[in-house]
Design a protein around this ligand. Sequence first.
Ligand code: HSE
Length: 349
Amino acid sequence: MSEYKVALIGFGGVNRALAQLAADNNAQWKQELGFELKIVGISDLHLGAAVCPDGFDLQALRELPAEKGALSRLPGGKKEAATEEVIETSGADIVAEATFTNAVNGEPASSYCRLALTRGISVVTTNKGPVAFHAEALKRVAAEHGVYFEYEGAVMSGTPVIRLGRELLAGSALKGFEGILNGTSNFVLSSMESGLSFSEALEKAQRLGYAEADPTADIEGHDVRLKVVILANELLGAKLKSADVPCKGISGLTLQNIQDAVAANARWKLIGSASKMADGTIRASVEPRMLPLENSLTGVGDAVNAVTFKTGLLGDVTVRGPGAGRIETAYALLADIISIHKAKTAKGN
Ligand code: HSE
């Protein structure tokens, strides 16, 4: 297949960035990767919906204003969201789901993913909800329908940690991981090291666009907890639910705590971790830890993320990179599509 028809569910920063990447790079992707992307449907709670089975003009998508009902300006467009209709009628091969994360039950995104998979459409998503709550079930539905469910962007955006752990570290006797998995909290801690107060640092993170509109999930560790569940289930064969992971955020740390750590050649970091115990059970947690300078996570500052895989055969392997951002997260969707393309090519279809 040299062209994939993609329906975009959610047209905020991430899926917009995917459309923009396709507009700029389709010709190059065709040569380098063996395919190009057509956008055949879009649904968004705020912007409305549009279907164009022959593919939208990508330049027109780039210029679409982010105002209520704007998708009605496109051919086949209307002012209200119509997610099920877009999935069912756009003729998409792949649904790119990038709506908000519901940290309670993963809905409605999980239902959108399930609908697409049962219609024989592969799904790529950056949304932690469907993955943390329903990865196993959704993978089963995908397999039953001969399609794929991929979610590299659910942890550390485009920095490849899920596929790295699953595929490239296969056979390395992975025993666990520990990581800085939330950019906002890391930015706040780094800023406090330079003397800002907690609220000044958080305000700055919000201004720079790292923090969620309601930053509670960033600061209290709930965002990291979902990422720990995803990584532990995916890489360590755990069957964790988020309630199984004790979770403490950074709001209890004072400027004094943070400066005392610096004076002692250490740094406070919000660490999400999971380890395989001798009896095969998995122990996971989210908590602030004071790390010594020699730990490879200690020097990871600002909004950068990093994870150290604890392996039996290689020792520690640390990957660092962006954990958020529109283009960075859209790249994860592209990486998922590349993975689907390789699997389909290997199967000869
Ligand atoms: N608000 C999150 C962060 C975005 O700060 O890392 C990615 O989940």
